[in-house]
Design a protein. Structure first.
Length: 401
């Protein structure tokens, strides 16, 4: 037992597992409880467990707006009255001030709208504390690591334009303030929505804005350690529209067509600053689906065109004459290598060159184009008197394919 199943805390076998291995590997049938008493007596077992990793509580930030925690909480907010939804919750780390928006999923637009609502009310924070998800932050690709580039998601690009640092938490416990807020909302908000008989996201967001969030912040928010507000002034509405959008780089084809999301856009002639063929343009999509195509920061005129129609049964085009056998072959079947017939112009031209460059005798004895002449071999001495007529070879050549 000491040699095979002993060890330090976290390495040694427990009584139950050790009894199983003794029976399976050593042929010793011992009850687990009996083995536990023996192991306790010999000091091979104790109730001590492997200690968890020590974690230290992170202190709050001292200033309002220095750090905002953001996370989505999926729950049946309407109970049986409506569908399940996701509450996008933003909590200031210094004060506990909360802003929330209820939607269907934790999408990029849900996160962008919640952040934009925070900016409209309080200003632009210095940093966001989020989950390690592809929505907010992703791992760098091999090419990005080689180039030393910071990987950006669409949401990360929006935050970068606003000067907001995106910090990814390694565990839910790291965002304890917003995680504990989820539990509070799942208890209090659900019951308040029930009393108001609210069963839609639009009604819930109106109630959050008018009644629930002001009361929640009066009850649970606290003053910051330092009075300075670290929020920055919010940009203008037009600038926010240019920030909160999806941007994708596309290549202009040789006929000045841009493809995006299986849609085709024909670029119209521009007076100046036109995008050259094979150039890179930026396709920008807004919240409501509006599209803008930009080249070096300037919007281009475009017109959507229908996608090219692909034939359902494309015909197989064969050069030259097509025989009935080849025409009967299915389009996807095996295709034999095509060879021109004897009366093809290629063969006639080659025959004319042979006739013009050789004598009459060689022209008459020339094989059809595509046949090769067998080399003449000297005949062995034979008795011509005894040779039959059908074996006798006259002057000329043997033709072989």
């Amino acid at each position: 037992m000491r040699e095979k199943y002993g060890g330090g805390v976290g390495e040694r076998f427990g009584p139950t597992l050790a009894a199983e291995h003794l029976a399976a590997e050593d042929g010793l049938a011992v009850e687990a409880e009996t083995l536990r008493r023996w192991m306790l007596a010999e000091g091979l077992w104790s109730r001590e467990r492997k200690r968890r990793r020590h974690r230290r509580r992170r202190e709050r930030r001292e200033h309002f707006g220095a750090l905002v925690q953001m996370d989505g909480s999926f729950h049946r907010w309407f109970e049986e009255r409506g569908p399940e939804g996701c509450l996008m919750d933003l909590v200031d780390d210094a004060t506990g001030t909360t802003l929330a928006r209820l939607g269907e999923e934790e999408t990029i637009w849900a996160a962008a709208e919640a952040l934009r609502a925070w900016i409209a009310r309080y200003g632009v924070p210095l940093a966001l504390y989020v989950d390690w998800k592809n929505l907010y932050k992703r791992a760098a690709t091999s090419q990005e690591r080689l180039r030393g580039e910071e990987p950006l998601t669409q949401f990360g690009r929006m935050c970068a334009k606003l000067g907001i640092e995106v910090i990814a938490a390694s565990s839910p416990q790291a965002k304890g303030r917003v995680e504990r807020g989820h539990g509070t909302h799942q208890d209090r908000l659900v019951k308040k929505l029930r009393r108001k008989q609210i069963d839609s996201h639009a009604q819930a967001n109106a109630y959050l804005e008018a009644e629930y969030l002001p009361e929640h912040n009066r009850r649970f928010a606290r003053p910051a350690a330092r009075p300075e507000n670290y929020h920055r002034r919010a940009p203008r509405t037009a600038e926010l529209e240019r920030i909160f959008r999806l941007e994708s780089e596309r290549t202009v084809s040789d006929d000045w067509v841009v493809r995006y999301d299986n849609r085709f856009f024909q670029l119209e002639p521009q007076s100046c600053h036109y995008a050259p063929a094979q150039g890179k343009v930026l396709v920008c999509e807004g919240r409501e689906g509006g599209l803008t195509i930009e080249y070096r920061g300037r919007a281009l005129r475009w017109q959507e065109i229908p996608p090219p129609v692909r034939p359902s049964n494309p015909e197989v085009k064969l050069p030259g004459k097509v025989t009935a056998e080849k025409a009967a072959q299915p389009p996807g079947g095996p295709r034999r290598k095509w060879a021109p017939p004897a009366d093809h112009p290629w063969r006639q031209a080659a025959r004319a060159q042979l006739l013009a460059g050789s004598g009459l005798r060689s022209a008459l004895n020339a094989p059809p184009f595509g046949l090769r002449r067998a080399p003449l071999r000297p005949e062995p001495a034979r008795d011509l008197n005894t040779q039959s007529n059908h074996q006798r070879i006259s002057e000329g050549t043997l033709l072989t394919r």
